[in-house]
Write a protein that binds this ligand. Structure first.
Ligand code: ADP
Ligand code: MG
Length: 299
């Protein structure tokens, strides 16, 4: 689901109740994917919003309204590095389509769309919103997975799990511990396949999300093009090879991993300010991290 393989790991408990817990958690995560995705053929309120004429208000279900508010908060706090309105631009780049692209779109098309996106989603009532122009399209791709793993973990706990991990293609949610030791989370080396840059030792309720330029990318005329865009230029962000954020709130951690990727090392102070830890591999491969991260990373 969510374009990746999701793995559930549980320590202790009974086989049968663990399996029930996993099934229910997976169902909840699939529900969330269906509610937020703009990339499959089923309709949902996000797609309705995106096709309602600009200027007309649309009432969003509470859950979508809440994640949109969180998104706009992160957009503001990150000085626009995170932007939930990149839907059309993301589709133009094409990284989420089944057919992987192999060359970048026309520069004038990118410019035309990008110029219209800044702060283009506006409140229009209690849980109602409008978009200012037709290029403005909601895309929760950088936050919904973090929200989904957090909700999935809640379901595991409600079903009796005390030590568990959900791993959605590197977006990780943890609770408890791995038996008598902490959970060990390897952070992938962004350039050397199969290598890690270090291992995080983590316990209790925590989310760890990495955004990287090595999952969905192509090389065109010697340059790397990937799926995390700088909302200012409309081009793949250039400041990082990967960014990892650790924190309590899965949705926020996911959103900030994308924002931090766009910002590069200068974003670490912001992440810290909002009570999270993080590490960034910058464009030249250098590692930067918060103090809290240093104390948990084994290299
Ligand atoms: P992944 O999907 O690999 O876990 P991210 O959480 O960083 O990685 O999300 C990337 C997705 O978010 C893109 O595929 C796109 O849909 C969307 N996106 C790209 N750039 C941004 C951005 N600057 N702000 C918000 N969403 C973005
Ligand atoms: Mg993200």
């Amino acid at each position: 689901m969510m374009g990746t393989v999701v793995t559930f790991t549980i320590h202790g408990g009974e086989q049968q109740s663990n399996e029930t817990a996993i099934r229910k958690a997976a169902e909840e995560m699939q529900r969330i994917e269906g509610l937020f995705t703009i990339y499959n053929e089923h309709d949902n309120p996000v797609k309705v919003f995106n096709r309602t004429p600009a200027g007309e208000s649309v009432t969003l279900p509470p859950e979508i309204d809440a994640l949109l508010r969180t998104s706009l908060e992160v957009q503001e706090q990150s000085n626009g590095a995170f932007d939930p309105a990149l839907g059309e631009l993301n589709k133009l780049w094409g990284f989420s389509q089944t057919e992987a692209p192999s060359s970048p779109p026309a520069a004038d098309r990118i410019g035309q769309i990008t110029r219209q996106l800044r702060n283009c989603i506006r409140p229009a009532g209690k849980t109602a919103w409008k978009r200012l122009n037709a290029h403005c399209q909601l895309d929760f791709g950088a936050i919904a997975k973090g929200y989904a793993i957090a909700r999935g973990m809640r379901v595991l706990k409600e079903n009796g799990v005390t030590n568990g991990m959900i791993n959605a293609g590197g977006d990780i949610e943890l609770t408890g511990s791995h038996g008598d030791r902490p959970w060990r989370i390897g952070i992938r080396h962004p350039r050397n396949r199969g290598e890690v840059i270090g291992t995080l030792m983590l316990e209790k309720n925590v989310s760890v999300v990495t955004s990287g330029d090595y999952e969905r990318f192509y090389i065109f005329e010697g340059k790397r093009y990937h799926h995390i865009l700088d909302p200012q230029s409309g081009m793949p962000a250039q400041n990082s090879q990967s960014a990892t954020v650790i924190g309590k709130n899965g949705a926020l951690v996911d959103a900030w991993s994308t924002a931090l990727f766009v910002l590069g090392p200068k974003g670490l102070k912001m992440v810290e300010k909002y009570g999270m830890d993080a590490l960034v591999v910058d464009r030249s491969g250098q590692l930067h991290m918060t103090e809290g991260c240093r104390s948990r990373l084994r290299q």
